[in-house]
Design a protein around this ligand. Structure first.
Ligand code: 23J
Ligand code: MN
Length: 262
C-alpha cells in the first residue's frame, strides 16, 4: 500500500464510520480532581479557575471569553520528560520540543479492571505484561501502553478518585519492574486512568514514583486521568494526544482521542 492510499483508506473509514473516535479525556473545570501531595512532600497544584473577560456585556458586547488559572498537571494531562528530575536535561523533553510524531501512535491496552475491583492497591508486574503480550502480541517500539483499570468511573469526585485514608491514597498502578519492562520493549509512553501515572502507594516504592522516575529518565511520556479505556481493544487503536505547546512546559492538559475500529 502506498502512503497516499493508506491515508485515503483512513479517510474513507472515518467518513463511513468504520473507524470511530473515542474521547479519552475527562471534563476540565473547577471540579476536576487534582493530585494531593502531603505538605512534607511538596506544594500542591491549585484548583482550576475560569475567569470571565466578557460575556456579551459591557466588557465585550458581542463576545464571550475567559482566561484560565490552570496547573499544567490538571485533569486528563500529559507528562513531559522534564517533569521529573531524572528527565530534566533532555533538549527535546519539554512540551514545545517533543517530536510531534509521538503524539500520534498505536496503543496497547492492558486490562487490570478485575484485579483492581478486588484490590484498590493492585500493582501491575512484568509477568502480567508478558502474559498480555503472549495473548495479544508484543508491545512494539514507538507505541503507547495504557492501563485499563476502570478507575475512571470514580473520577466524578476527588474523594472516590484519590481514595485516601489515614495510610494515604489507594489506587492501582505499575511496579517499577513493569515500567522497566515496557521501556525495554520500546514503549514511548505510559498512560493510566488514575490521577497520576503512578499507583497511590508509589511514594513508598524504590525508586519513589517509578512511572515518573523511570519513564522520564528514558525520555518517555505519561498520560494521567484518562477515561473510557474500556472502549478500546487490547491492540489496534491509535492514540492522538498532544500537549499544548507551552514554552518549557513540563506537562499540559490534553484532549486525548483514540481512533478505534468500529
Ligand atoms: C508531582 C509530584 C508527584 C506526582 C505528580 C506530580 C503527578 O502525578 C503528576 O501529575 O505528574 S505523582
Ligand atoms: Mn502529571
Amino acid at each position: 500500500m502506498t502512503a497516499t492510499s493508506a491515508l485515503s483508506n483512513i479517510a474513507s473509514a472515518l467518513l463511513s464510520g468504520q473507524i470511530t473516535v473515542v474521547d479519552l479525556s475527562a471534563p476540565l473545570g473547577p471540579e476536576t480532581p487534582l493530585i494531593y501531595l502531603p505538605p512534607q512532600i511538596g506544594k500542591n497544584t491549585p484548583p482550576v479557575k475560569v475567569h470571565s473577560i466578557s460575556h456579551y456585556d459591557q466588557d465585550g458586547p458581542f463576545w464571550s471569553w475567559n482566561w484560565l488559572e490552570l496547573g499544567e498537571h490538571s485533569g486528563t494531562h500529559f507528562d513531559a520528560p522534564v517533569h521529573w528530575i531524572t528527565g530534566k536535561d533532555y533538549a527535546d523533553g519539554t512540551t514545545d520540543t517533543i517530536p510531534v510524531k509521538n503524539f500520534v501512535a498505536p496503543v496497547n491496552v492492558i486490562d487490570i479492571s478485575q484485579e483492581t475491583a478486588a484490590n484498590h492497591d493492585f500493582l501491575l508486574t512484568p509477568d502480567h505484561v508478558k502474559a498480555w503480550e503472549a495473548r495479544h502480541g508484543r508491545i512494539e517500539p514507538g507505541s503507547w501502553v495504557l492501563l485499563r483499570s476502570d478507575w475512571y468511573k470514580r473520577n466524578g469526585s476527588t474523594e472516590t478518585f484519590l481514595n485516601a485514608d489515614e495510610n494515604g491514597p489507594h489506587s492501582p498502578g505499575p511496579t517499577a519492574e513493569a515500567i522497566e519492562y515496557i521501556i525495554a520493549q520500546g514503549a514511548i509512553g505510559w498512560g493510566t486512568e488514575t490521577v497520576g501515572t503512578d499507583a497511590g502507594s508509589a511514594g513508598g516504592m524504590n525508586p519513589p514514583f517509578p512511572a515518573h522516575n523511570l519513564m522520564h529518565k528514558a525520555n518517555r511520556y505519561g498520560l494521567a486521568s484518562l477515561v473510557n479505556l474500556d472502549k478500546l481493544p487490547p491492540k489496534g487503536a491509535i492514540l492522538i494526544a498532544a500537549p499544548l505547546k507551552f514554552v518549557n512546559g513540563t506537562g499540559s492538559p490534553v484532549r486525548a482521542l483514540a481512533l478505534v475500529p468500529a
